[in-house]
Write a protein that binds this ligand. Sequence first.
Ligand code: FMN
Length: 363
Amino acid sequence: MTAPLTVRDLHDVAAQRLPRMAYDYYASGAEDETTLAGNEAAWARVRLRPRCLVDVSARDLSTTVLGRPVAMPVLVAPTAFQRMAHPDGELATARAAAAQGTVMALSTLATSTLEDVADAYDAARGARGGRWFQLYVYRDRGVTRALVDRAEAAGYDALALTVDAPFLGRRLRDVRNGFALPAGLSVANLAGHGKGAVDRALGDSGLAAYVATMLDPSLTWRDVEWLRSITRLPVVVKGVVRGDDTRLAAAHGASGGVVSNHGGRQLDGAVATADALREVADAAGDALEVFVDGGVRRGSDVLKALALGARAVLVGRPVLWGLARDGEAGVASALGMLRSELDLAMALAGCATARDATPDLVA
Ligand SMILES: Cc1cc2nc3c(=O)[nH]c(=O)nc-3n(C[C@H](O)[C@H](O)[C@H](O)COP(=O)(O)O)c2cc1C
């Protein structure tokens, strides 16, 4: 194949290169994968209404997220187990995200410790911060607290509390493959608490079994307040697709919300994120910063998301495909593709700045 030009090209390389169990874990969605497919299809359905005869000789893609400047409105979504894609795993992703001037959200279920990832990111950026920590709440609240304290101490800027995963969605490819972490890899952040292993489970995905035994399915909005009471970090609620939940998030002290269905990996049949975004953005008003993820594969998808009310998008699989290709350079190329596509889409749509992507830009 000629050099990859698009995120979809990177996917095709990764699909050839990765071992079956790793590829299926990254690529799959829950059950019939209708929400997985629906995310990409929904972005494709949104149509832009380009403005003409606007001076677009210079474009500015930068914006701010939670008050911090970023070079572009494309952030790295938290995805678990990145060392299955490349030996450098999360460290490579961190370096590439920092070099591109954007936020990386690190998963609780990373295969490198949050401290090591913080160091890699900050060294590449030449400054401290610019990263989020994605939090899963363990049944053991002492363990959860320890994670939050460590994230704060390591200079993470925000906690992204994932709220769409009281249990793991039924991902049939993982069940069939008997998913378990390959030898030598662990949930590095939890290893010190004896919760680092994701082993084979009889007749199930090892990760589904891990989540069912370790994570707390009883979480409610009250726990958002609990989280706020134990940290000074802003809390971003990840996995909101409804206006009423958006208002509850604001009422319970969240600073942001990510419109997300977990990349189609949780409730199959859940609404596509592009279709949910406007309702959430309207409900959020100025009370919350709104982000969106799921199926963003093109710079024009990013532009559509901005026009529908998002401050920025997050990308999950595109980063993993780049990582699988060649580590840090591959992640840099995935992010670079989205950046240059967004730059061109903005120019062709008559937007000189990210702020020009107003609601009238979509049909
Ligand atoms: C392989 C994989 C692992 C993921 N792991 C996590 C995770 O640990 N925590 C989390 O909040 N979301 C996780 N997600 C969901 C992503 O943060 C994000 O919502 C999703 O990937 C966005 O969709 P996209 O992959 O189509 O860009 C994961 C997604 C994938 C594909």
